[in-house]
Design a protein. Structure first.
Length: 161
C-alpha cells in the first residue's frame, strides 16, 4: 500500500499573496473526505509549487491579541472594537508572513509503512504529498495512516466493541 492510496487529494490551497482574512475563509470551507475540517492547508505559488503551509495554530497566534492572555477580567473592554481590530489585522496580513516555509513532503509512491515511520519519528501530523513532477497532489494525515496500518496489521475492520 502506498501513500497515494491513503492521501486526501488536493482540493483547497492558499497562495502567499492572499490575505489572512481570505485564508481563514478557505480553511473554514475546506473539508476532508469524511467531512471534518482541516487543521492546516498548503500554500502554493503561482506555478502551483509548494511555498509553505499554514496551520490553525499559526492563525491563532496571529489573531489572538497579547492582552487576552494577561487579563482574565474581560468585562472592561469592547468585543466589538476588538473584532474590528482583528478583522483589519487579518486583511492586512499576508499568508507569506505567517506560513511555515520549511515543509517536509512525501512522494505519492512511498509505502504507507515508511510514511508512518516518518510521521512518528518527525512528530508531525500531516505531510503534503508530491507527484513525480514535484507538484503537490494531496495531503496524508496521521489519523488516516493510523487507521490504515491498524486495519492492515491488526485486522480491525470487522471488530465491534
Amino acid at each position: 500500500m502506498k501513500v497515494r492510496d491513503v492521501m486526501e487529494p488536493l482540493e483547497h490551497w492558499l497562495n502567499p499573496e492572499m490575505n489572512l482574512h481570505e485564508a481563514i475563509g478557505v480553511m473554514h470551507e475546506a473539508r476532508r473526505g469524511h467531512g471534518l475540517s482541516v487543521n492546516a492547508i498548503v500554500v502554493l505559488d503561482s506555478e502551483r509549487k509548494l511555498a509553505g503551509i499554514v496551520s490553525t495554530t499559526d492563525i491563532l497566534r496571529t489573531i489572538l491579541p497579547p492582552e487576552m492572555y494577561l487579563d482574565d477580567d474581560q468585562e472592561h473592554f469592547s468585543w466589538k472594537i476588538l473584532r474590528q481590530d482583528r478583522i483589519e489585522k487579518t486583511k492586512k496580513t499576508l499568508v507569506r508572513r505567517i506560513m511555515t516555509e520549511d515543509v517536509r513532503v512525501i512522494r505519492a509512491d512511498v509505502s504507507i509503512m515508511r510514511c508512518a515511520d516518518r510521521l512518528l519519528v518527525e512528530q508531525i501530523r500531516r505531510l503534503p504529498v508530491i507527484g513525480l513532477d514535484g507538484s503537490v497532489v494531496g495531503v496524508v494525515y496521521l489519523r488516516d495512516v493510523y487507521n490504515t496500518v491498524s486495519d492492515l496489521l491488526c485486522d480491525t475492520q470487522g471488530l465491534v466493541v
